[in-house]
Design a protein around this ligand. Sequence first.
Ligand SMILES: [Zn+2]
Ligand SMILES: [Zn+2]
Length: 155
Amino acid sequence: LTYPSVVAAVRDERWTEHVQSVLGRAGHRRGGAREAVVELLASQECALTVLEMEAALRRRRRRIGRASVYRVLELLADYGLVARIDLGDGVTRYEPSRPDGEHHHHLLCARCQRLVPFSDTALERAIAGLSARQGFNVREHEVVLHGACERCAEV
Ligand SMILES: [Zn+2]
Ligand SMILES: [Zn+2]
C-alpha cells in the first residue's frame, strides 16, 4: 500500500485554505486552538481520535485543552470540513473532508487497532458503475475492511 504523499501535501494545503475561507466567510474569527487543530489535521495521512490529537498537540508544545479541541472539531463538522469516521470500535476519528471529493478508505486491524488508509481507482469505478446501474445517486460512501494487519497476521 502506497500513499501519494507529495500530491497529498499539496491537497492538504488547499484544504487548510478552504477551511480558512469557509469559516472566514461565515464570520468565525481565527483562534489559536483552531489554527493548531487545522494545522495538525492537515499534516496527517489519516484520521485521528481526540486523544491522539491531544498527544500530538502536546508534542508540538501547543497547550490546547480537550474541550477546545472538541469545539474546533464541532465547528469544522458543522461546515462539512471534517469527516467523522466511525469504525465500529466506539471511538470517533476525524479527518479532513476535501472539497474536491478526494478521499481514501480504511483497513482496520482488529488486533492492534492500527488504521491504514488506502485508495483504489478500481473500487471507485465499481461504486460509480453500481450507482449508475441501480439508478441511485450516491452522494458519499465509506469502505472499511476489518481484519489483521501484516504485523499481526504473522504472529
Ligand atoms: Zn483516513
Ligand atoms: Zn471511495
